[in-house]
Write a protein that binds this ligand. Structure first.
Ligand code: NAP
Length: 284
């Protein structure tokens, strides 16, 4: 492509992006919807962030997703009116307009759209949550907003769980959210939904965080991990007759919503989701 190309450039900003599925998803949507755009990976060191953001126009970059470890760092460079950024304190989508950079958080909606599809409405349900990092913040934001009956949360770093409780109480003071000190204390037997928002399960050598005796057939197990497609946790859910899902649908739903922000296309979210799903199936 020559430098005078009219192709608008989009991409993913992060530190280590080797296995990202986002280019395949977004480039398929550009192709199928006939939009002149291209999605790339922008792998940057911390000191490269500010120069990158200041030179977007020179590179013809019109928007990008943001992933770890820059989801909070970029906040100082952008404007936003997005309710989820205000709640979660993290950005995953930035759009360049003629008068500046505008940020959004589509992780919360992405999780919500997919959870509704595979599990149904979470209102009134009791939830056990493993992990209290960035992804768990988005998950809790969605669950608290959806009026779940209870959230019990366990993270090896208690301060992170406390941070989530502070966040939830700031906008949903009536939410019943409890920090527990062990996986056993999550009382999964008594819950409707178990969510893994830790990275445990990404590696083949990782243990399964829960024992078979903790699961039951009326439980839904949602693992945010999507690679591998079936973690040990999900294999155990299958064995016990519980319903389950990995996090690929969340990834696709947040990507589809970002795509709408990038392109302002009137194509429905459902259609974009289907294009992205098809692209990943083909690549698998
Ligand atoms: P993160 O910020 O590192 O948070 C993970 C949290 O889990 C950390 O607080 C970590 O504590 C804690 N943890 C680690 N081992 C644990 C254990 N054995 N028991 C309880 N807590 C434990 O990571 P993240 O960005 O939230 O991502 C979490 C997972 O979600 C990753 O696997 C990621 O790939 C996945 N994810 C999926 C999507 C999607 O679209 N499907 C989106 C975002 C993230 P320490 O920091 O002390 O280790």
């Amino acid at each position: 492509m020559n430098s005078a190309s009219t192709t608008k450039i989009y991409g993913l900003l992060g530190a280590s992006l080797g296995h990202s599925l986002s280019p395949a998803m977004h480039n398929a949507a550009f192709r199928e919807l006939g939009i002149d755009g291209q999605y790339r990976l922008f792998e940057k060191r911390p000191e490269e962030i500010e120069p990158f953001l200041k030179n977007l126009d020179k590179e013809n970059i019109w928007g990008f997703n943001v992933t770890v470890p820059y989801k909070e760092k970029v906040l100082e460079f952008v404007s936003f009116d997005d309710e989820y950024i205000k709640k979660v304190g993290a950005v995953n989508t930035i759009v360049r307009r003629d008068n500046g950079l505008y940020a959004f958080n589509t992780d919360v909606q992405g999780f919500g759209i997919h959870l509704k599809r595979v599990f149904g409405e979470p209102a009134g349900k009791k939830v056990a949550l493993l992990g209290a990092g960035g992804a768990a913040r988005a998950v809790c934001c969605l669950l608290a907003g959806a009026s779940v009956a209870k959230i019990a949360i366990f993270d090896i770093d208690k301060a992170k769980s406390e941070g989530i409780v502070r966040m939830i109480k700031s906008f949903s003071p009536g939410c019943d959210i409890e920090i527990v000190n062990s996986i056993e204390e999550l009382k999964i037997n008594d819950k409707d939904l178990l969510i893994n928002a830790t990275p445990i399960g990404l590696k083949e050598s990782d243990p399964c965080l829960v024992g078979e005796e903790m699961l039951h057939k009326d439980l839904f197990v949602y693992d945010l991990i999507y690679n591998p497609a079936e973690t040990k946790l999900l294999a155990l859910a299958k064995k016990t007759g519980a319903k389950y899902s990995n996090g690929l649908g969340m990834l696709i739903s947040q990507g589809a919503q970002s795509f709408k922000y990038f392109t302002q296309t009137r194509t429905s979210l459902d259609v974009i989701v289907k294009i992205m799903e098809k692209a990943l199936k083909k690549g698998a």
